[in-house]
Design a protein around this ligand. Structure first.
Ligand SMILES: Cc1cc2nc3c(=O)[nH]c(=O)nc-3n(C[C@H](O)[C@H](O)[C@H](O)COP(=O)(O)OP(=O)(O)OC[C@H]3O[C@@H](n4cnc5c(N)ncnc54)[C@H](O)[C@@H]3O)c2cc1C
Length: 574
C-alpha cells in the first residue's frame, strides 16, 4: 500500500458505522490505485457490524420491532461487495438454512448474524488501496492537534485527518435511576445485556419493580420468564397465549411509569384496508409535509397535515354509510388529540392498559374495526420519511421543539410498538399474574428502615429490588462520555431545544463558535433531533453517511498527500 493520502477513523462499528464504512469504500472506487487511504475502525464489542443491540449471542426471544421484509443492509448502487453477496435479510437467512417469513419479526440475534456477516464481507472486499483495520477498543476522547484529530483509545494515541462518530446508544444518562440511587434495595441499572438479569442477580421468588413500560420492559420480562424456562402455549384464540411458568422466576414483576400507557403492537400486513388507497393517502400526506413553506405554523400546517392523513386513513376503514361523510369530524378529533399531545397533556387516559393492548392486537389481527389510534400510528409511520426530511436541521423553529418532543412521545407509542407476538406474550404474563399492573400509572419508590416500597394511588407494595428499563436519552448532555467531551471542548455543539450534535448535511460537526469543525463528523443517534429518527436499521431515511463518504473521498482527491502537506506547513510555521 502506498503512503496514505488520508487517514480516517470511524468510532463505533454498530450498524451505522458499518453502513458508513460501506459508503466510504464504495465512493473510494473513484480514487486512483496510488491514492491510498487508511481507515481505522474502533469498536470494543465482540461482534462488529451488529454491536450490542444486535448481539448475535443474545437470546432468540429478543425480537425486532419491524418485520423481516424491511431488513436490508445494502444499497442497490453499491459496488464494493459483489451483488451475489448483498442479500436482503430474508434471502440471506434462506442461504443460512433458516426460513424467515417476510411479515415475521425475527430475533435480533439472527439479524446480528446478518449484520456481522455483511460487515466481514465489506472488509473482505475493500479495494487494495484502502487499508481497513479493526481496532478492538473504546475511544475515550478525540482532540484537535493542528489540522489533525487525535484519537485516544486503550491508552494509545493515533492521528487522523477525518474522524466519524457513530457511537449509537449511550450507556449512561443523567436521568437514570443509577445517577441518583438512594433506596434501600439493590438496583439493576440496565436491561441490557439481558444476560445481566440472571437468577444470581434477580432471585427466583423475588418481587421486582421495573421502571418503564416500553419495549425494553417487554425484553426484560421475557428474559425473566421465557429466559428462565417458562414457555408460551397457543390457545384456540387467534392471538391469545397461555403462560406456563418455571420455578426459577421472580414471583411478581411490577412495572411503573409516568403515564402507564402501553406501546401498541404493530398491525399485521393484511387487515382488510385497501392498500392502493392507503398508499395514495400516505403519498399525498408526505407531499404536504415536504411542501410546508418556510415559517409554517406548527399547529395549523404540520398538525393539520398529520390529522388529515390520519382521518382519511380512518375513514377508509369505515363501511357504515353514515360515518363515511364524517371526514372533517374525524380530522377535528385527530387534530384535537395531536394538539393536546404536543402541549404535553396525556390524550388517552382512563383506559385499562390491558384493554388497550388487547384492542391493538384485535385491530392488528383484523378482528375489530381499525380505530383512530390505529390511524394515527399508521399515519405517523407513513409520514415519517417526510417528517425526517422536512423537520430536521433548521426545518423546525427552535421554539417548536418542545411541542414536537411531546407530540412524538405520545404518537410513537402508537406507531413504533412491539411485534404482535411480544404484545400477546405480555398479555399472557399479565393473565398469569407474573406481571402486575397495579402501580403502572405514576408508581414511585419510597424507602424507610432498610426496606423499599412501590407506591401509587392504588396502594403500596414492598419490593426486593428495582430494575431500570428506561434507555438513556440520546444526546451529549449528562452522559459524561465522548459526546460530552466534544461539546465541552468546543469541537461540536447542540442547537437550542435539541439533544444531539448539530451537523451539516454531510455529517460535519458545527463547533461551539458556529464554524465547521473540519474533519470531525457524526452520524446516527449522537445527532438526534438535528437529524430525526436515527434509531432504525432503515438505510433509506438518511443520506448523511453517503454525503460524508463522498466528501471524504473528494477531499482525498483534491488535497493531495495530506500528511506531507501538513508536515510542510508545520515546518514553515503556518
Ligand atoms: C434494545 C433495542 C432494540 C432495538 N430494536 C430495533 C428494531 O427492532 N428495529 C430497528 O430498526 N431499530 C431498533 N433499535 C434502534 C437502533 O438504534 C438501531 O437499529 C441501530 O442499532 C442503530 O445503529 P447505530 O450503529 O447507530 O448504534 P448502535 O447499535 O448503538 O451501535 C453503536 C456502536 O458504537 C460502539 N461504541 C459506542 N461508544 C464507542 C466508543 N466510545 N468507542 C468505540 N466504539 C463505541 C458500540 O459498542 C456499538 O457497537 C433498537 C434499539 C435498542 C436499544
Amino acid at each position: 500500500v502506498p503512503e496514505p493520502r488520508l487517514r480516517v477513523a470511524i468510532v463505533g462499528q454498530g450498524p451505522k458505522g458499518t453502513f458508513a464504512l460501506e459508503r466510504l469504500l464504495d465512493h473510494s472506487t473513484a480514487l486512483e490505485a496510488s491514492e491510498a487511504v487508511v481507515v481505522d475502525l474502533f469498536e470494543p464489542h465482540h461482534a462488529p457490524g451488529a454491536g450490542p443491540v444486535y448481539d448475535p449471542a443474545q437470546p432468540e426471544y429478543l425480537r425486532m420491532n419491524f418485520p423481516a421484509a424491511r431488513i436490508d443492509m445494502w444499497v442497490d448502487s453499491s459496488e464494493v461487495v459483489p451483488a451475489s453477496q448483498r442479500l436482503p435479510f430474508t434471502a440471506w437467512a434462506r442461504e443460512m438454512g433458516q426460513r424467515v417469513e417476510q411479515d415475521s419479526y425475527p430475533s435480533r440475534a439472527l439479524v446480528g448474524r446478518y449484520l456481522s456477516d455483511g460487515h466481514e464481507a465489506i472488509r473482505r472486499h475493500s479495494p487494495s488501496h484502502i487499508e481497513v483495520q479493526l481496532r478492538c477498543a473504546r475511544v475515550d476522547s478525540v482532540d484537535r492537534a493542528g489540522a489533525s484529530w487525535v484519537v485516544w483509545a486503550g491508552g494509545r494515541r493515533r492521528d487522523y485527518d477525518e474522524v466519524l462518530i457513530a457511537t449509537g446508544h449511550e450507556t449512561r444518562s443523567a436521568d437514570s435511576l443509577e445517577a441518583s440511587w438512594n433506596h434501600a434495595v439493590p438496583l439493576v441499572a440496565s436491561v441490557f445485556p439481558a444476560s445481566g438479569l440472571s437468577s444470581g442477580v434477580i432471585k427466583p421468588g423475588s418481587t421486582l419493580a421495573v421502571r418503564g413500560f416500553g419495549l425494553s420492559f417487554i425484553d426484560a420480562v421475557l428474559a425473566l420468564t421465557e429466559g428462565r424456562g417458562g414457555s408460551f402455549e397457543q390457545t384456540e384464540h387467534p392471538y391469545r397465549l397461555r403462560y406456563l411458568p418455571s420455578s426459577d422466576e421472580p414471583a411478581r414483576i411490577l412495572p411503573f411509569s409516568r403515564t402507564g400507557r402501553p406501546m401498541l403492537p404493530k398491525p399485521s400486513a393484511g387487515i382488510g384496508v385497501p392498500g392502493e388507497e392507503m398508499a395514495r393517502i400516505a403519498a399525498t400526506g408526505r407531499a404536504r409535509v415536504l411542501g410546508l413553506s418556510a415559517g409554517f405554523s406548527f399547529t395549523d400546517d404540520l398538525l393539520g397535515a398529520i390529522a388529515d392523513t390520519a382521518a382519511q386513513a380512518f375513514m377508509l376503514t369505515r363501511t357504515d354509510a353514515s360515518e363515511r361523510g364524517g371526514l372533517s369530524a374525524a380530522s377535528r378529533r385527530v387534530r384535537g388529540l395531536l394538539e393536546g399531545a404536543s402541549r404535553g397533556v396525556e390524550q388517552i387516559v382512563g383506559i385499562d392498559p390491558v384493554e388497550e393492548i388487547e384492542n391493538g392486537l384485535a385491530v392488528g389481527a383484523g378482528l375489530r374495526a381499525p380505530d383512530l389510534q390505529w390511524a394515527v400510528g399508521g399515519s405517523w409511520r407513513a409520514l415519517y420519511p417526510a417528517l425526517v426530511e422536512r423537520l430536521g436541521g433548521h426545518g423546525l423553529r427552535d421554539d417548536d421543539w418542545p411541542s414536537f418532543h411531546s407530540l412524538a412521545r405520545q404518537v410513537e407509542r402508537l406507531a413504533f410498538g412491539p411485534a404482535p407476538l411480544n404484545a400477546a406474550k405480555l398479555l399472557a404474563l399479565i393473565a398469569a399474574g407474573r406481571v402486575v399492573l397495579r402501580h403502572v400509572v405514576g408508581g414511585r419508590l419510597t424507602s424507610a428502615d432498610g426496606r423499599t416500597w412501590l407506591a401509587s394511588d392504588s396502594g403500596t407494595c414492598e419490593v426486593d429490588l428495582v430494575l431500570d428499563a428506561v434507555l438513556p436519552n440520546p444526546g451529549a448532555e449528562g452522559n459524561g462520555g465522548l459526546l460530552g467531551q466534544l461539546v465541552e471542548d468546543g469541537y461540536a455543539r447542540v442547537a437550542p431545544g435539541r439533544r444531539g450534535l448539530e451537523v451539516r448535511p454531510d455529517g460535519g460537526c458545527i463547533g461551539g463558535d458556529g464554524t465547521h469543525s473540519r474533519g470531525l463528523s457524526a452520524v446516527g443517534r449522537p445527532t438526534e433531533d438535528w437529524v430525526i429518527g436515527n434509531d432504525t436499521l432503515d438505510r433509506s431515511l438518511h443520506s448523511l453517511a453517503d454525503r460524508w463518504a463522498e466528501r471524504v473521498i473528494e477531499r482525498c482527491r483534491q488535497d493531495g498527500p495530506v500528511i506531507e502537506q501538513e508536515a510542510a506547513s508545520t515546518a514553515v510555521g503556518v
